[in-house]
Structure formats: structure tokens, C-alpha cells
Design a protein around this ligand. Sequence first.
Ligand SMILES: [Zn+2]
Ligand SMILES: [Zn+2]
Length: 352
Amino acid sequence: MTNHLAEVGRGSLRCSLCEEPAVTLVRYAKLRLCRKHFAEFVRRRVIKTIERYRLIKSGWKVLVAVSGGKDSSALLHILSEVSRQLNFEVVAVHIDLGIGEYSRKAREVVEKLCGILGVQLVVLDLKDLIGASLPELVTRSRRPACSVCGLVKRYLINSAALELGANAIALGHHMDDLLPYVVKNFITQDLGGIGKLGPGTESEEGLIGRVRPLYEISEREVALYAYVQGLPVVESSCPYTVRGGSIEEEVRRFLNSLEEGSPGIKIAFARALAKNLDFYKSRLLGQVGRCRYCGTPTSAEVCAFCRLTERGLGKPMGPAVRAKIREIVERGVKGFSKAVKNDRASSHKPGE
Ligand SMILES: [Zn+2]
Ligand SMILES: [Zn+2]
């Protein structure tokens, strides 16, 4: 975080809104902000994003997918802070992929954060669900780790959302995750691919809509938010992550250099894209059918998860996984309401 502090002149400058030292300069808003006012600024912008794109409605149950990284941890913190004002309920889901020490740490961090926030957490252990950890599934299916991981997470999170009766799945993607892929897909003219990179998708039968409340927040702002709030996060990145040399990363650097000279240009890009999203979505192949095994909407006869597990483990695991998640969710909901009741009872001292 030293670069944030260096930018505002080593604490010599005050917050634009109070007497505290500034921790950052938000150039597009022409504001220097202290810790407290920066966190408020981010939360207010997330509320505006939710309202602008109608991402979450009053009375909804929102399932937040939390990996243990700073992005989704910041998202969970922000949503749990603003949920009362916007009147929605927050539940967290974490997938334990069984990637050695990395997964152990990630799970620990997520359990700690949910404990602090008093948010119900559903942990899905991949090994328990399908009898294989992610590294085992990658070896057996002979497919690239990141595509197996993405596919497995999407399927499990959607299943959890269905079983929990959630209205939306909230993802920690910020604009520096999304915009580079928009440019990359434009270069390859994968216009349907651009249609998936907007602030949200609608729910359909068997597929819960996904929302991105950090759509107008930058990577740097998310990191600073997690830092000023002191959120527990895993510092190490996934051992499968390949860093450097990708087109997305080149584009990310390019967009950030544009932002230097024209503060606010990334937000303008994100908003302009959102206006034309229907056009890009119309270029997507529709989910014409349902998976023969598990009923999930798919453009093929068998959904990607059932295909992957059939190939790697000899059996399409969709139906078995759905049944196990149903059990876990039922158990979890009972356990959680009891825990919350006890907590509330013990925090009320007699005479209060
Ligand atoms: Zn301040
Ligand atoms: Zn299936």
C-alpha cells in the first residue's frame, strides 16, 4: 500500500472532508480521502452501481461467492454493510478446491471474515462432493486447470444458489477484471463473449442471475478498501495462476495509462458498454436445451459439468452433487439460525 500513501505526499495532506490525514487521492472525483471517508465513498459508489443497473431488489437473498482473496472479501464486507439500507439478505458460499495449503488458508480466512460479519457461510468441499480435489480432477480430465476450476465453481455456486432459494449470485469482479476482456474479445470479434462481461445477468429457470456490484470500482480501490478495513485475506495467489505475458494484462496496463491522462475514462467505458449490452448478448448462443442428467440449461445435450466429470471420473456427477448440496444447505441453515439465536441471546445483558 506504500504507493497509495506516497501519492498523497506522506500524510502531509488532509482529507477533503475532515481533518484526518488522507490515504488516497481519487483523481476522477477530485477528492483526497482519509480511511473512513474512503471506505464510505466506495460503499456509496457500490450502492449507486446497484441502483443504476438494478442489480439487487428489496427483499432479495443474495449469495456472495467468497474465495478468500481481497476482491470477494471486500465485496462481502461492502454488501453486508449496505444490506440493511437496501433491504436485502446476504449469504456467503466458499468452495474448498483442495489445492493444498492455499485452499486451507483460503477457507480459514473466509470462515474468520464471515464470523466477524455474522454472515451465514456455506462451505462446499469439492473432494466431499465428487470424490476428487481440483488437482485430481485436472489430472484425470486432462484439461487446463483454470478452465476446470472456473467451470466447477460456476456449477457448484449456481447449485448452492438454487438450493438456498437465492435471487442473485454476487461476484467480486471489478472493472479491471472485466474491461481488459472486453477489449480482448473485441480484437477477436467474440461479440457474444463481450455480452457476458456486463454488470449483471437475469435469472432463468435453473440458472440464477449473476451480479457484479464492483462493476464501476477499480482494482486499486478494492485493494485499498480491503486494506483500510483490515479484512482478513489470503495473500498468496492460486498456485495455478500464470502471471505475465497475456493479452489481458497488456490491455490492463494500457487502460491504466489512459486513466492517468484522462481520469474517469475507465468508468465511462464501463457505462458505455453497459448501454450496448443487449446488442452483444444477442450475439450469444442461447441455452437451447437442458442437461440430460441434471437439468441445467445448456446449449449442448449434456452440461459442461456433467461432461467434465463423465470424462474425468467416469460418471456425470451433476445429480449427485445437487443432492449433496441440498443436504449441506439444509443442515447449514438449521445450524446457523441456532448459532445466531444463541449469539443474540448472549449479547443482551440483563437490564439493557
Ligand atoms: Zn475524512
Ligand atoms: Zn448436467
